[in-house]
Design a protein around this ligand. Structure first.
Ligand SMILES: CC(C)=CCC/C(C)=C/CC/C(C)=C/CC/C(C)=C/COP(=O)(O)OP(=O)(O)O
Ligand SMILES: O=P(O)(O)OC[C@@H](O)CO
Ligand SMILES: [Mg+2]
Length: 247
């Protein structure tokens, strides 16, 4: 089964998907594999691999190879630029940062990365990437014209544009390590116009209660990264998040 179909099936049958984000720059490949293994034991559905800075090349390849030794769940690239593509992943969130001011993040990195995706045979999953205040490092690196936190109608406008351009997934990003995730009002308004298209929410989700709030508001998939890097017991943390968002 293709990864997109696998994720969609879980969203339908279990209500919400949990995605674990691992930044190859944050630890050694062996440590990354340990986190991935612990996350799978806790019930995560897939492993996203990427980072906004220094996440390509040998470190990315080694991290994916080690993760694949320890888990059977799909690995999905979450690239910060064209160097975030690796043939060792199963799929890639092939995303355009719709609210960037910099053409590099709208189409140029996509053009530079596309032939690599083509040759490697990994599955591209088209995605509209939208960054909301505070935006964090990724907002700065991607030169995003940040969506104001309390302007859901602007997020809706970008999400609709992505849907009409044919993107299957929409990612509402508050930035890695944000104090708070995007608001339930914004999530609900965006999901309302997306219909069956899948909505991913990430940035600043640290506990089951917050994850549940995002899921109830309309998120089909929840991403957590930073909290897992900080947890002494990754499996228990994932169990908390997963039990809060699954039917
Ligand atoms: C499709 C291809 C080949 C490239 C897309 C390139 C685009 C659109 C990038 C968007 C802007 C960007 C820098 C995204 C990075 C996404 C990401 C991996 C964010 C979070 O990673 P963390 O490692 O948690 O964050 P920090 O690096 O900030 O800690
Ligand atoms: O690190 P956190 O805050 O969990 O954010 C995850 C993801 O949305 C970052 O791109
Ligand atoms: Mg990081």
């Amino acid at each position: 089964m293709q990864v997109e179909e696998y994720l969609n099936k879980i969203a339908e049958s279990e209500g919400t998907v949990h995605l674990t984000l691992i930044d190859p720059a944050s630890q050694t490949p062996d440590q990354a594999a340990e986190i991935a293994h612990a996350a799978v034991l806790g019930g995560t559905d897939a492993i996203m691999v990427g980072g906004s800075t220094g996440a390509g090349g040998v470190l990315l390849d080694q991290t994916l190879l080690k993760i694949k030794e320890r888990t059977d769940k799909p690995t999905i690239l979450f690239p910060g630029n064209a160097s975030g593509v690796s043939k060792h992943a199963d799929a890639i969130f092939f995303m355009s940062l719709l609210n960037s001011r910099d053409i590099n993040y709208i189409t140029t990195n996509q053009a530079m990365g596309a032939p690599v995706v083509y040759k490697s045979g990994i599955e591209p999953i088209s995605m509209a990437y939208i960054i909301v205040e505070p935006g964090g490092t990724v907002g700065w690196v991607g030169d995003a014209k940040l969506i104001p936190k309390h302007k859901p109608e602007l997020a809706v406008a970008y999400a609709l544009a992505g849907k009409y351009l044919g993107m299957h997934y929409t990612y509402l990003e508050a930035g890695s390590g944000a104090d708070l995730p995007v608001t339930p009002e914004m999530i609900g308004a965006v999901k309302h116009v997306l219909g069956d298209n899948k909505l991913i929410v990430g940035g600043g989700i640290r506990d089951g209660e917050t994850a549940k709030m995002c899921a109830l508001a309309g998120a089909d998939m929840i991403v957590t990264g930073t909290i897992l890097e900080e947890s002494s017991n990754v499996t228990a943390k994932i169990e908390e998040l997963v039990s809060a968002i699954k039917k």
